[in-house]
Design a protein around this ligand. Structure first.
Ligand code: ADP
Ligand code: MG
Length: 266
């Protein structure tokens, strides 16, 4: 247990194959396929309402929490089929962490307890010494350790917005996920906090596979290795128009709609 907790988890590739999704009769994604390579940062870009958040939630089975939701297709984490009926939903959640737009630490829980909260949820027990080491390691990776090391017993809700988001990243990392999903993690933050989170994403990018939804094209250009451009035109379900390396998508996209979108023309 001791060594397990601090080991870096093995990198994994996430592969979505022909994903279609519905809310009731409303089809919101149509046969979306995307490989999110191990140890890379993939940015999902595109206008509001084209299904980016839905796609992200499908990647860790969060989609299933909406009663009207259904889907077709497959999600593979290396060789593991996340939607295999014999697999428990917690298996997927343990390996694929998620950070949301609004920082959501448990506000009255201490900073320390926020970081280790996930362990209990997935049934891992750890000694005090193990937890101390884990808290330091995760807060360091999230770029927050130096700021909070002297106040680990204070409530998470007392931190600034940017610090709270970094606490949420630390909390996700505590269960050693192989993938980190981030849904517009900076859109509620000021520019300085945004840059700090971007630095963290860049540093984490080599140890965890990261998928980030962002509306901010400069951010996509700064942090991602590859981009996928989602679009839902005139009431049709969302599709990926184009995906490729970030350099290709910004400098030499194939589709004129990608060009217009990444250069802020719609
Ligand atoms: P994006 O993140 O790109 O803005 P979303 O995935 O949030 O797009 O939404 C895609 C479509 O799915 C939209 O038409 C939205 O209204 C619909 N949708 C999203 N969540 C739900 C839900 N819980 N119930 C019903 N419709 C939803
Ligand atoms: Mg969204």
């Amino acid at each position: 247990m001791t060594t397990q907790l601090l080991e870096t988890s093995q990198l994994a590739t996430l592969d979505a194959r022909s994903i279609s999704a519905w809310f009731g009769d409303h089809k919101v994604l149509d046969r979306v396929s995307l490989t999110m390579p191990a140890g890379q940062v993939t940015a999902l870009i595109g206008p509001s309402g084209c299904g980016k958040s839905t796609f992200l939630r499908i990647l860790n089975r969060m989609h299933e929490l909406v009663p009207s939701a259904s889907l077709a297709g497959e999600v593979l984490l290396d060789d593991m089929d996340l939607y295999d009926e014999s697999r428990r939903i917690t298996d997927a959640r343990r390996q694929i962490g998620m950070v949301f737009q609004r920082p959501n630490p448990f506000p009255s829980m201490s900073i320390y307890d926020n970081v280790v909260a996930g362990l209990k949820l997935i049934g891992l027990r750890a000694s005090r010494t193990e937890k101390d080491a884990l808290v330091e390691s995760c807060l360091t990776k999230a770029g927050l350790w130096k700021e909070v090391r002297d106040r680990l017993r204070q409530p998470g809700g007392g931190l600034s917005g940017g610090q709270q988001q970094r606490l949420c990243i630390a909390r996700s990392l505590a269960v050693q996920p192989r993938v980190l999903l981030m849904d517009e993690p900076c859109s509620a933050l000021d520019p300085t906090s945004t840059r700090r989170i971007e630095e963290t994403i860049t540093e984490l990018g080599s140890e965890v596979t990261i998928v980030i939804v962002t509306h901010n094209m400069q951010q996509a250009a700064r942090v991602s290795d590859q981009c996928a451009f989602f679009l839902a035109e005139a009431g049709t379900p969302g599709v990926i128009v184009e995906h490729g390396t970030t350099a290709e998508m910004f400098e030499n996209p194939v589709d004129p709609r990608t060009h217009d979108y990444v250069h802020g023309r719609f």
